[in-house]
Design a protein around this ligand. Structure first.
Ligand code: ADP
Ligand code: MG
Length: 244
């Protein structure tokens, strides 16, 4: 899966450069993600992982390069339009509406028509929560959720778009090892359903278990891309993490 893919590739990141003022956060990053793939994205803090996701999902525009999704150049279309085309992401720092229920948090999202509290919409939201292991928490206030429940809710909000590509941005950070396994199993389940997943994560055993390929960024450049065990054994990767 490390080889070239044709023009009909699923997600194609082409020569992406992103600057913030004079600072280059991403420097000519190119990579293809294959349909159905479980793709791990690693790298020390500040290496550009979230910035790349922001470029893919449409939060930022790059200074150079292009993003293609299922053959279409989506570089200049808005985030909500990319979402409608099947790209969804969770945010590294969830910002739930704490005084609303879990179900309401899901239903205020753009994937539910504003004010549409119809039975159909509620059923759909319930089904997503069920799928994400939050069925029993549907009517709980988001402000009362545990850390792992909040992470699942963040992923559930992304899943409301019924995405073909899901990007998870450090959904496991700060969780206990059994909670890490819970989130990992959820993501593996979504993958088994056919969803392509890019997982940004620092917890290496989770990255190893999850990923078919891993890419490591350092200061906005790809320093390794390939099979998980090869990437982990790469001296540049080890140095990047030790130096962090
Ligand atoms: P990672 O997710 O790998 O920890 P980020 O992509 O969040 O890293 O950040 C990469 C670099 O870009 C960091 O140096 C960060 O400070 C900078 N950066 C990210 N977003 C912004 C922004 N909106 N404005 C200015 N600098 C930013
Ligand atoms: Mg980040």
């Amino acid at each position: 899966m490390t080889g070239e893919v044709g023009n009909n590739s699923f997600l194609r990141v082409e020569g992406i450069t992103k600057r913030f003022g004079g600072f280059t956060a991403l420097d000519k990053v190119s990579v293809d993600v294959v349909k159905g793939e479980r793709f791990g994205l690693i790298g020390p803090n500040g290496s550009g992982k979230t910035t790349l996701i922001n470029i893919i999902s449409g939060v930022f525009r790059p200074e150079a390069g292009a993003i293609r999704f299922r053959g279409e150049d989506i570089t200049h279309i808005a985030a909500h339009q990319r979402n409608r085309r099947g790209i969804a992401r969770s945010f590294q720092i969830p910002r739930p509406f704490r005084s609303m229920t879990v179900l309401e948090n899901l239903m205020v999202g753009q994937d539910f028509a504003a004010g549409d509290a119809s039975l159909h919409s509620r059923d759909r939201a319930h089904a997503i929560l069920q799928r994400m292991g939050l069925g029993a928490a549907a009517n709980a206030l988001a402000g009362r959720l545990s850390q792992v429940e909040l992470r699942k809710m963040e992923l559930a909000r992304a899943m409301a778009a019924q995405p073909q590509l899901l990007v998870s941005d450090e959904a496991m950070a700060g969780l206990s090892s059994s909670e890490v396994d819970e989130v990992l199993d959820l993501l593996l389940g979504l993958s088994a359903d056919g969803i392509t997943i890019i997982m940004i994560e620092h917890i290496m055993h989770a990255v190893m278990r999850f990923s078919q390929r891993v890419m490591c960024l350092e200061t906005g450049k790809i320093i390794a891309l390939g099979e998980p065990k090869d990437v982990m054994a790469n001296p540049r990767v080890q140095e990047a993490y030790l130096g962090a």
